[in-house]
Design a protein around this ligand. Structure first.
Ligand code: LLP
Length: 431
C-alpha cells in the first residue's frame, strides 16, 4: 500500500482499487483520471459520522465542489447526504442538473453578479454566503423581486494566517473575501443584514486556508468567530444559528507529508469549541465545515503514457508524458509535490531521477522535478497519485489539448463519468 488504501504495488504492478493500472490505461487510454468512488464515499461517511458524533445535531460537512465537480459526483454527494458548497453559477447548474437538492447547497464567491444571485435565488439555493455590503444590498433587491426571503450567512474575515498559526489581524484585512472583524465592517454588515426584509441571517462563515495539517488554525478561527458570535448577541441581540469554519483539511501527497487522522482532528476541534462556548457562555452554533480536497484527492490517480526519455548528461533527465499542466497545473502554479510511479515497472527499483514534463509548448509545463521512478521506456504507463482534487477542476485546453476523461471505480468496476474531450468538442463553440 502506498499513501492510501486505493493504491498498491505489492504484486509488481500498480493497482488502483485492485485494478491493474496498465490494463486500465489500455482500456480507457491516456491521459485519464481515475477516481475511486468507494474512497470518496468513505471520506463522506467519515466526515458525516464524525460531525454528528462530536459536533452533535445540526452539524454538517459540506463538500466543496471546487475540488472536483461534475454531475456524477453530485449524485454521489446527494446519496451520501452531504451538503454542497458551490462557488459559481456553473457549479450550481451542475449540481442542479445532477438532481442535487438545492436547499442543501451553499453559494459562495466574492463577486457574485446580479445574474448569479438571481439564478441562485430562483433555483432555491438553501443559503447564500454573502461576501460584501454591495452584494447584500443587491441580493435583498433580487430576493424581493423574486418574492422570497433568502437565507444567508455572512462571510467574515477572522484574520488568521494558517501557515504560521499567527493571528495577523491587520495582514488578513487585506483580502478580497469577506468583512473583517477588526475594521468594524463585520459588525456593520450584521446590522445591515438584520434590517433588510428579504434576507434572513442564519449565521457566519469564514475560511482560513487550504492544505492545513493540524487543528491550530481552525481552533484560532473558531476562537475569534465564537467571540464574534457572543459580541453580536450582546451588541445586536442576534444569535447565530450556524457557524461555518470553511474548508482546508490537508492531504498526504507524498511520503514526506504527515499522516492525518481526520476523525481525531474533528474530535479535538469539537472539544476545543465546546470548551470555548462554555467559557463564553453561549450555546454552540451548528458547526459546518467545507472539506473539498480531503474528500476527493486521495481517491484519484492520473495515468499517462511515457513518450520521450531524454538524458542530458551533466544536467538532468526529462521524461515527457502525454498530459501535463493542462490536466494538472498544480506543479506549474504552486510547485506542488506528487508521488510518481512507473506503473509498468512497479517492482523495479525507483532509481531513475528525472523531471516529468508535459507536452505543452512551454518550458514550465512540468509535473515534478527530482522525481525518482523505475527507468521508463516509451510506452510505459506513468502514474501520478492523489490527483483527485484541483486537477480535473483546474484543467484547461491550452494548446488545444482535449481534457482527459474521468473514470470512476466502484466496487472494482470502472465506468466513465466524464468522457474524453474530442476535437469536435474543442470547436463546438465556434460559428
Ligand atoms: N470553502 C471555501 C470558502 C474555500 O475557499 C475553499 C477552498 C474550500 C472550502 C475548500 O478547501 P479544501 O478543503 O479543498 O482545502 N487550487 C488550490 C486550492 C484553492 C482552494 C481555494 N478554496 C490548489 O490546487 O491547491
Amino acid at each position: 500500500m502506498i499513501l492510501h488504501r486505493s493504491f498498491d504495488t505489492s504484486n509488481g504492478h500498480l493497482t488502483i482499487d485492485g485494478l491493474d493500472a496498465v490494463e486500465l490505461a489500455k482500456e480507457f487510454g491516456t491521459p485519464a483520471i481515475f477516481i475511486s468512488e468507494d474512497a470518496v464515499r468513505g471520506m463522506c461517511r467519515m466526515y458525516r459520522d464524525a460531525f454528528s458524533k462530536y459536533f452533535g445535531e445540526g452539524a454538517s460537512p459540506i463538500y466543496a465542489g471546487k475540488a472536483l465537480c461534475f454531475k456524477r459526483l453530485y449524485e454521489i454527494m446527494a446519496e451520501e447526504n452531504m451538503k454542497a458548497d458551490c462557488v459559481s453559477s456553473g457549479e450550481l447548474a451542475t449540481a442542479n442538473a445532477a438532481g442535487f437538492p438545492m436547499e442543501n447547497a451553499f453559494f459562495h464567491g466574492n463577486n457574485k453578479t446580479d445574474f448569479d444571485l438571481e439564478y441562485a435565488v430562483k433555483l432555491g439555493v438553501g443559503h447564500i454566503v454573502v461576501d460584501s455590503f454591495d452584494e447584500l444590498m443587491a441580493l435583498d433587491e433580487i430576493a424581493e423581486s423574486v418574492g422570497v426571503c433568502q437565507k444567508i450567512l455572512l462571510r467574515i474575515t477572522p484574520g488568521i494566517d494558517p501557515h504560521t498559526h499567527k493571528k495577523i489581524m491587520t495582514g488578513n484585512v487585506d483580502s478580497k473575501f469577506g468583512s473583517a472583524i477588526v475594521t468594524g465592517d463585520a459588525e456593520r454588515i450584521v446590522r445591515l443584514a438584520l434590517e433588510l426584509e428579504h434576507v434572513k441571517l442564519c449565521g457566519f462563515h469564514c475560511h482560513v486556508g487550504s492544505q492545513i495539517f493540524d487543528i491550530d488554525p481552525f481552533r484560532d478561527a473558531a476562537d475569534i468567530m465564537l467571540k464574534f458570535v457572543r459580541d453580536m448577541q450582546e451588541k445586536c441581540g442576534y444569535t447565530a444559528e450556524i457557524l461555518n469554519l470553511g474548508g482546508g483539511f490537508g492531504v498526504r501527497y507524498t511520503e514526506d507529508d504527515p499522516e492525518i487522522d481526520y476523525e481525531e482532528n474533528i474530535r479535538l476541534l469539537a472539544e476545543e469549541i465546546n470548551g470555548m462556548c462554555e467559557k463564553l457562555g453561549i450555546n454552540r452554533p451548528h458547526i459546518h465545515m467545507e472539506p473539498g480536497r480531503s474528500i476527493v484527492a486521495a481517491a484519484g490517480a492520473t495515468l499517462y503514457t511515457c513518450g520521450s526519455v531524454k538524458e542530458l548528461e551533466g544536467f538532468r533527465n526529462y521524461v515527457s508524458v502525454d498530459g501535463g499542466m493542462t490536466d494538472n497545473p498544480r506543479y506549474t502554479l504552486y510547485q506542488s509535490q506528487y508521488t510518481f510511479i512507473n506503473a509498468s515497472r512497479a517492482s523495479e527499483e525507483d532509481d531513475f531521477e528525472c523531471t516529468i514534463a508535459g507536452r505543452c509548448c512551454e518550458s514550465g509545463d512540468l509535473l515534478g522535478e527530482g522525481v525518482k521512478i523505475a527507468r521508463p521506456e516509451r510506452g510505459d504507463i506513468i502514474a501520478v497519485l492523489v490527483t483527485g482534487a484541483y486537477n480535473y477542476s483546474m484543467a484547461s485546453n491550452y494548446n488545444r489539448i482535449p481534457r482527459p476523461p474521468v473514470v470512476m471505480i466502484s466496487d472494482g468496476k470502472p465506468y466513465v463519468a466524464v468522457r474524453r474531450e474530442s476535437f469536435d468538442d474543442l470547436m463546438k463553440l465556434e460559428n
